[in-house]
Design a protein around this ligand. Structure first.
Ligand code: ADP
Ligand code: MG
Length: 264
């Protein structure tokens, strides 16, 4: 579904120079004068219908990477294809098209419209796709119910708790019904019980509807529960990519071993 080849993202004044040096073996610290290397030489494929988890500590580059998959923020170097279409260097108009048809993103901070009702927020993805008012409200309503927000349709986001707002964002992404879902710490504001329910809902979506899901988390237990495969990131690099079992039983290095020590 998605294919990433030697992708780099450097924030700063001279990103291309930083990439050139990183390619020649310079470390992240050595290229610091040219910029912050947030993603370094990432290469992986996400298969259709899998949950691909990106796990790592804060600052390891996870959000930057998932934004690149969505065509947000310019990729400094390398290739990213979505169902065979190269998105690096695409125009904004083309990108909007790809997103509308192929990808929905759930952000860490919910990105809801404060002056629109919960229902219209949940229906927004469908609105962008050009689905008519009645149908999009019907579909959004049923997703709001599935995420446990029946009865809140007419409220404004500000009247909801953080966890409930996050669920509106989920309903929006699920209602849009795109083949790929990109989720950045999408469950982090939820309390443990609802979080587990949402994790189970996500697995259902994958299994029943064959969605392809890229899911970012810094929570190892969540990664282990959800992931068909897990990419572990550290300081901008993917340091291991494997099944949860691979990562538990055969950590690639001390860093990963340390990380998996405290799995439940
Ligand atoms: P994570 O999501 O794993 O916490 P991020 O992708 O947010 O990591 O950040 C990776 C690195 O890139 C960090 O060092 C961060 O400070 C830097 N970074 C992220 N966004 C920007 C930006 N817009 N401008 C400059 N540096 C950024
Ligand atoms: Mg992040």
């Amino acid at each position: 579904a998605l294919s990433v080849g030697h992708a780099y993202k450097v924030f700063g004044r001279r990103p291309k120079e930083a990439v050139k040096r990183l390619r020649n073996g310079a470390s992240r610290d050595e290229v610091r004068p040219f910029g912050t290397a947030a993603v370094i030489d990432a290469s992986f494929d996400v298969n259709v219908g899998e949950i691909f988890v990106v796990m790592g500590l804060s600052g390891s580059g996870k959000s930057t990477l998932i934004r690149m998959l969505n065509g947000l923020g310019e990729t400094t170097d390398g290739s990213i294809t979505v169902f065979g279409h190269e998105i690096v260097g695409m125009s904004d108009a083309e990108l909007r098209e790809v997103r509308r048809e192929r990808m929905s993103m759930v952000f860490q901070h919910f990105a809801l419209f404060p002056h629109r009702s919960v229902l219209d927020n949940a229906a927004y993805g469908l609105e962008v796709q050009g689905v008519g008012l009645e149908e999009r409200r019907t579909r959004a309503r049923s997703w709001l119910e599935r995420v446990g927000l029946k009865g809140w349709e007419d409220s404004l986001p500000g009247e909801l708790s953080g966890g409930m707002q996050q669920r509106v964002g989920l309903a929006r992404a699920f209602a849009a019904d795109t083949e790929i879902l990109l989720m950045d710490e999408a469950f982090s504001a939820l309390d443990p019980l609802i979080r587990r329910e949402m994790q189970e809902l996500l697995v259902e979506l994958q299994q029943e509807l064959g969605k392809t899901i890229v899911f970012i988390t810094h929570d190892l237990n969540e990664a282990m529960f959800l992931g068909d495969r897990i990419a572990v990131m550290r300081d901008g690099r993917i340091v291991q990519l494997g099944t949860p079992n691979d990562i538990l039983t055969d950590p690639a290095n001390d860093y990963v071993a340390q990380f998996v020590q405290d799995v439940d």
